[in-house]
Design a protein around this ligand. Structure first.
Ligand code: AMP
Ligand code: MG
Length: 491
């Protein structure tokens, strides 16, 4: 039997925080993918996990010793509409382990069968969405973006029925926690002040112990969540990631990217880009992500009001003051991230405009976001003749030429030398992102029992800042006939 060193705390919170739920066994579990490195980090025996016993656990056919399986209770604002009860309808928390670095991590099976929160859903997931989350979340981790992780993907040997029958699968998701803004909102909406306080105390102890040093520890909590969320969204913007369903139930209190549904990376840059088939109005378009995160944080702050001060007016003023800091945090993160992407090591007040001009010319000329930035890494500070690959991505290269001249002036201003700058830039501008057309290709092959393209892509995405010339086709932008315009939730 595989040993999971469980130490479960969430289950100790009162009964209204969770519902008992056990995974429903599946017919013929088979391992699709196991993340050995992550297993090691978690103190798990990867070899044992890959054997029948381990696979039985990862499929939900057998409960590991020490597990306290549960479905978490939460609510949420979905596309701005209040839903008073959501909860884990197809995910079951097996328990928590303290990893090798001392960090507490949730181990959760996603797609493990119905729970008391499943409503009319089957509690299952398909191989496509499971492998998609695996690939995207591991790619984000390798890019350095805070995210939940994927420990394993299992094929169930049973079909699930969506728009068409699909092979069923289970993902083992690992998170700093699955506490969401929507978890707080569930209790806040019920005016269950006692529960809000218990949850806030649990969250401080688990994620933000330094909040205890603040004058008001709950303002300390709010400030820390705001800072982490701002940092997260800035990261998304810097790599061109569009989450697609930034509902409050998908907004992690720990500041990790959570719930990989119809998310996608942009190919050609445009701030209005939306992929999700259910986001008809572009609520969660690329350019709106910071605003929507702020909107979610207002909802979070609202739930904490009774903890800030006895008098509501005072509490609201305190919350407002904290919420105002989001923009500063976000802009600082974004600006320092872009400076790195452009190889700038000093600060100049004109930098924000320099960045804006590049983005504007990319948008107007359908330039690929990732490739343009990566090509910039190879440019020389004093020789425009080597600009070829960067400028060729623009429909009309002249705005790029003008921009590059301005950028060079800025480089000269800080006496930038090519080699160290190029190295810095290569560490901030990935060569490889999970391109939608490549992801689709890999998932389609996996559905037809060919895991090779998935595994190759996964491997390449593990070192996204390396050139890997032998895998150049995986870094290329899609041809017009390869462009993926729309992505689906797949629930
Ligand atoms: P999501 O879109 O994955 O963030 O899920 C939104 C809500 O729907 C959550 O409460 C999920 O647990 C629930 N849900 C999604 N898919 C299923 C399913 N197949 N069966 C039961 N509940 C589901
Ligand atoms: Mg969700």
């Amino acid at each position: 039997m595989v040993n999971f060193p469980f130490d479960n705390r969430y289950v100790q919170l009162p009964a209204r925080f969770h519902a008992q739920a056990t995974p429903t066994p599946v017919r013929a579990p088979a391992l699709l993918q196991l993340n050995r490195k992550l297993a090691e980090e978690l103190g798990l025996d990867a070899d044992a996990l890959a054997q029948d016993d381990g696979v039985a656990i990862l499929a939900g056919n057998q409960l590991p010793e020490g597990s306290d399986p549960l479905a978490m209770t939460y609510a949420g604002y979905q596309f701005g509409m209040w839903v008073p009860l959501l909860g884990d309808g197809r995910a079951i928390l097996l328990g928590e382990v303290v990893d090798r670095s001392g960090m507490r991590r949730d181990i959760q099976l996603k797609g493990a069968g119905p729970t008391p929160f499943s409503r009319r859903g089957d509690g299952r997931a398909g191989i496509g969405p499971v492998l998609r989350e695996y690939l995207l979340s591991e790619s984000m981790a390798a890019l350095g973006v805070p995210t939940t992780r994927s420990l394993a993907a299992i094929k169930t040997g049973e079909p699930i029925f969506r728009r068409r029958p699909e092979p069923g699968a289970v993902l083992t998701r690992v998170a700093q926690s699955h506490i969401r803004v929507g978890t707080f909102q569930f209790f806040g909406a019920r005016r269950d002040d006692e529960a809000v306080q218990l949850l806030a105390d649990h969250t401080i102890e688990r994620h933000y112990p330094r909040a205890n040093d603040a004058e008001n520890r709950y303002i300390g909590l709010l400030d820390a969540v705001i800072a982490n969320q701002a940092k997260l969204i800035a990261h998304w913007q810097l790599v061109g990631f569009i989450h697609g369903v930034m509902n409050t139930d998908n907004c992690s209190i720990a500041g990790e990217t959570l719930d990989y549904g119809p998310c996608a990376f942009m190919d050609s840059y445009h701030p209005n880009t939306v992929f999700s088939s259910i986001d008809r109005r572009g609520r969660y378009a690329y350019r709106n992500q910071p605003t929507m995160a702020q909107w979610n944080l207002v909802g979070f702050a609202e739930t904490l009001l009774p903890l800030f001060a006895d008098e509501e007016g005072t509490a609201i003023e305190m919350a407002k003051e904290s919420l105002q800091r989001f923009s500063t945090h976000f802009e600082n993160e974004q600006l320092s991230g872009w400076r790195k992407k452009l190889g700038l090591t000093t600060e100049d007040p004109s930098d924000a405009d320099l960045i804006e001009q590049l983005l504007k010319s990319m948008a107007e000329n359908h330039a690929d976001f990732t490739l343009t930035c990566r090509h910039l890494c190879a440019l020389s500070a004093d020789d425009p003749d080597r600009d070829g690959p960067a400028r060729e991505g623009f429909d009309d290269p002249s705005p790029f030429d003008a921009w590059a001249a301005r950028w060079r002036l800025r480089l000269r201003q800080e006496n930038s030398s090519d080699v160290p700058r190029q190295q810095l830039m290569r560490s901030a501008n990935p060569a490889f992102i999970p391109r939608n057309h490549r992801v689709e290709e890999a998932l389609q092959a996996a559905e037809e029992d060919n895991l090779k393209p998935f595994e190759t892509l996964l491997k390449v995405l593990e070192t996204p800042y390396d050139d890997q010339p032998e895998h150049e086709p995986l870094s290329a932008a899609p041809r017009p006939d390869q462009i993926v315009h729309e992505t689906f939730c797949g629930t």
